[in-house]
Design a protein around this ligand. Structure first.
Ligand code: ASP
Length: 330
C-alpha cells in the first residue's frame, strides 16, 4: 500500500458559509465529507498548514512552510497531494516547481470550485483521483489536477471562475486524462531524477508586472519600473509593445540601472518571438529578455526564485531563458 501525505492549505474545497461569504474551515469538515479517503486503496495521512487560508492570501511565508513540509516528509511518503484554493494555484504550482530540484515523486495540487459540503461539488472527484495519481508512481513532478485533467504545474493558468474546468495548459499538452481509466501521456511527463531532492527556500518579492495597453501613460510605466528589480512585461501578441520614444527610453534606462525585464505575451497561447516585428525587435535591442512561451505565473515565480538566490544579473538573464523545470519550450 502506498503512503500519501495530504496537505491542507485551505481554499474553497474545505470552506463553509459564514456571515454570507465562504470562509476557510478546518480539515475535519473535509474529512467527514469524504469518507472515501479512508478506503481509497492508499494509506493517506494528513497535515494542515497552521491556519487554512483563502489562496488569495498566499505569500512567500506560506510557500516556505508548504515546501518545508514536503521536504521534511519527503522520504516517508510515496506522493503528496496539496489541497489549495484555485485562485492562486497556478502561482503556487509554478513556485514549488522552482523551489524543488530533482523531484522524483508526485506533488499534486488540487482543490475545487464548490465546497465539499455542497451536493454538486467537484471536490470529491478531484481529491480521490489526485490521491490515485499520486499513488501510482508514474508522476515525478509538481502538477495540478482539476476536472479530469492532470497538468504540469508551471504550465497552468486559471481561465474560468465559474466552470469546473477552471484550468488550462495553453502551451504544453496535458499529462493525463481521467476517464474510466487514467490515461497518461508518458512522453510529456518528466522522467524524474535519482539525485537528492534539493530545496531552494530563498524567494524575493522584488518583482512587478507591467501590462501594456494602448495609450499607456508614462507615470504608470515609471512607477512600475521604479518599484522593483525584476519586471514581467506583459506585451501584445508575439511580444510587441509601443515604439514611442519615451517608452523605450524608460525601459532602456531601467535595464542600464540593473533592472531585469522579461517579455511574456498577454495572449493565452503562443510565444514571444522578439524580432518578428519591429515593435519587438526594439525591445530585444534595449536588453529585454524573451520569456518565450512561459505563462506570466511561471515567469514571475521563476524570477522570484532566481532573484532569491542572489545570482548576478547576467546569470539571472541566462537562467530565465533556460528550461529549468519544463516551464519553457526552447
Ligand atoms: N477563493 C478561493 C481560493 O482560492 C477559490 C477557490 O478555492 O477555488 O482559496
Amino acid at each position: 500500500m502506498k503512503n500519501i501525505l495530504l496537505i491542507y492549505t485551505g481554499g474553497t474545497i474545505g470552506m463553509i458559509q459564514k456571515n454570507n461569504s465562504l470562509n476557510p474551515f478546518d480539515f475535519d469538515n473535509l474529512k467527514n465529507a469524504i469518507p472515501e479517503i479512508k478506503d481509497c486503496g492508499s494509506d493517506v495521512q494528513h497535515i494542515s498548514l497552521e491556519k487554512p487560508i483563502d489562496s488569495s492570501n498566499m505569500n512567500i511565508k506560506n510557500w516556505v512552510s508548504l515546501s518545508n513540509c514536503i521536504y521534511n516528509h519527503y522520504d516517508q511518503y510515496d506522493g503528496f497531494v496539496i489541497l489549495h484554493g484555485s485562485d492562486t494555484m497556478a502561482y503556487t504550482a509554478s513556485m514549488l516547481s522552482f523551489m524543488f530540484e530533482n523531484v522524483n515523486k508526485a506533488i499534486i495540487l488540487t482543490g475545487s470550485q464548490l465546497p465539499i459540503g455542497i451536493k454538486r461539488s467537484d471536490a470529491k472527484e478531484n481529491l480521490i483521483t489526485s490521491i490515485e495519481i499520486a499513488s501510482n508512481g508514474i508522476i515525478n513532478e509538481v502538477c495540478v489536477y482539476f476536472e479530469y485533467q492532470l497538468f504540469r504545474g508551471n504550465r497552468v493558468v486559471k481561465v474560468n471562475a465559474d466552470n469546473f474546468d477552471a484550468f488550462k495548459s495553453p502551451n504544453y499538452p496535458i499529462l493525463a486524462q481521467a476517464g474510466v481509466k487514467i490515461k497518461y501521456q508518458k512522453q510529456y511527463i518528466s522522467t524524474g531524477s535519482n539525485k537528492k531532492l534539493k530545496l531552494f527556500s530563498e524567494i524575493s518579492n522584488d518583482v512587478a508586472i507591467l501590462k501594456t495597453f494602448p495609450s499607456i501613460n508614462k507615470n504608470f510605466v515609471k512607477s512600475v519600473l521604479n518599484s522593483s528589480k525584476g519586471i514581467i512585461l506583459e506585451s501584445f501578441g508575439s511580444g510587441n509593445a509601443t515604439t514611442e520614444k519615451w517608452f523605450l527610453e524608460e525601459l532602456e534606462s531601467a535595464i542600464n540601472n540593473g533592472k531585469i525585464i522579461i517579455n511574456v505575451s498577454q495572449c493565452l497561447s503562443g510565444s514571444v518571438r522578439q524580432g518578428d516585428y519591429h515593435t519587438s525587435l526594439l525591445l530585444k535591442k534595449i536588453g529585454v529578455i524573451s520569456g518565450s512561451d512561459m505563462t506570466t505565473e511561471a515567469a514571475l515565480t521563476k524570477l522570484m526564485h532566481l532573484l532569491g538566490q542572489k545570482y548576478s544579473n547576467d546569470k539571472i538573464k541566462k537562467e530565465i531563458t533556460f528550461n529549468l523545470r519544463g516551464e519553457i519550450t526552447i
